[in-house]
Design a protein around this ligand. Sequence first.
Ligand code: ATP
Ligand code: MG
Length: 141
Amino acid sequence: MSQTLAIIKPDATGNGKAGKILALLEEKGFTVKALRMTRLSEAQAGEFYAVHAERPFYGELVEFMTSGPCIPMVLEADDAVPALRDAIGATDPAEAADGTVRKLYAESKGRNAIHASDSDENAAREIAFFFSESDRITTAG
Ligand code: ATP
Ligand code: MG
């Protein structure tokens, strides 16, 4: 078992799809190990997506991620990082496979419902960004 970070993004919390997304992730076999709702500041969103700071969509991305509440969560599964990337689908919902979170719930490449860590190293960094050790359920169940 390993862990990864997902964030239900402001488009999905705003249009009432957060519960359906969480249910779908549980159906796909992920176990929730930590979860909270927060509204990111501009500084927090900028830091979280600092790797994209030079990209043309960075300003739009930070504006979107601060536009409403988001729900970061720690998810556990076998090979959690690639498993969650498979479950959420391609960045652009038009290219996402059937049954994926983005195919079902994303509006566009920018407003795409969910984030997932892209490596074990980034998962560890991103989990620590949102959760302290005591927030995370480490015992069985
Ligand atoms: P995330 O990191 O949110 O899980 P991802 O790994 O599929 O998404 P990245 O390439 O890391 O995609 O881009 C981060 C986020 O930036 C995307 O989820 C999307 O919201 C936004 N983004 C990426 N490319 C574009 C684009 N061309 N136009 C607008 N927004 C974009
Ligand atoms: Mg990414």
